[in-house]
Unconditional design. Sequence first.
Length: 343
Amino acid sequence: MIWLRAVHVGDASAAPADACGRLCGVETQRNELAATGEFGLIDAIVDRMPAGPHSLLGPGDDAAVVAVPDGRVVACTDVLVDGRHFRRDWSSAEDVGHRAAAANLADVAAMGARPTALLLGLCVPPDLPVSWVEELADGIAAEAAVAGAGVVGGDTVSAPSLTIAITALGDLGGRPPVTRSGARPGDLLAVNGRLGWAAAGQTILSRGFRSPGALVAAHRRPEVDYGAGFHAARAGATAMIDVSDGLLADLGHVAAASKVSIDVDSSAVEVTDQLRDTAHALGVDPLAWVLTGGDDHALVATFPPGSPPGAGWRLIGRVGDGIDVTVDGEDYEGATGWDHFRS
């Protein structure tokens, strides 16, 4: 079956689920995974995850079969670790599901493709409540549905810490992929989606607050226009990326791949009154959230002059010669975004 047999991590690797619970020092209860078992967990997940319109064969066999009308498959994967990428005291399981799916679906959109299917890899402690995993599945399925994708399978494993790995697939619709390497001097820089909201929400939560609710919600559940990447490709986008680590950091990837310089006009990026008021209350520069905050998964693309990107896109800068990312023509002082091995 596509949800393969679990392998228990550690000394209890050969033990059945209930024995693993005892060996790990967990008192097994009816609502814990150690008591439910692998196949009960799989049933609970599959029941909550429709395979979607692109699935020709979903969960239940050794692998899924997904339609590929274009003949090519866009594929990406992302891993979220409890305590590193999300906190269960800050976000519900359903929130985490939305966020995990969005991180991958936005990557597909940033290639100019339409998302078609997701695969879920789940490492879970045996004492995790079954209800938490069920709500996680609901969140993943709901976010996939927003993008027009289904969940076609995955794998489960018992592990000391909670880790979520999602692989997303997409269809290019007969067009070339929009890569990071296509930007050219003279191109215009545009963004689709919110910037700085998720970072503001994270700051609010880290200070022990829960409001403004809209900013906290942005940290918990990104809002992504998944069709915007496909339409940007049709409009002639030369390069594109989603903002997962910070606008300046992610533009740095485009600049390096395309061997160009990119200048952001700080007066053109949107800093809402809510961001300004919240930043003032917390003693933070709101522009730093917008320029360096990640996890909004907005799409940023470059377009040739005279090729309007279309509705939902805002022009925020230009592409020039050299290899650099600047703000208002100057180097940005300080960290430009998130680095998993330096932050």
